[in-house]
Unconditional design. Sequence first.
Length: 143
Amino acid sequence: MLMRTDPFRELDRLAQQLTGKGTWSQPAAMAMDAYRDGDEYVVAFDLPGVSAEAIDIDVERNMLTVRAERRPVAKSDNVQMELSERPLGVFSRQIVLADTLDTEHIKADYDAGVLTLRIPITERAKPRKIAIGEGTDRREISG
């Protein structure tokens, strides 16, 4: 149900992960999974160490945007950093959603550092049986 529009987006995401810290003008990408679960489309984003208040979810037309910021833990003057591998800064991901998804009823949950969005599939997109009528009147059309 996701539509990819840029073939180089994944390469950009990987390059940003390798270069490190994201900024508001150049946010780093966040890892995600997307799958269909019955009548819902589920998208899960990894955001460990990010508070729920630092996550922003926005939908405009069919463009879903998730932004988050991970800030450094407050340190006293006596702390001497030995190793710092956890990425800090701004993370963002934009996804074009298909017209068959109901963007008016998205549900968001955040648990154990994973943001999970559940997007219902519209009724018109669900499979349905088509009944065949009997005894239809056939007419020839001449033109």
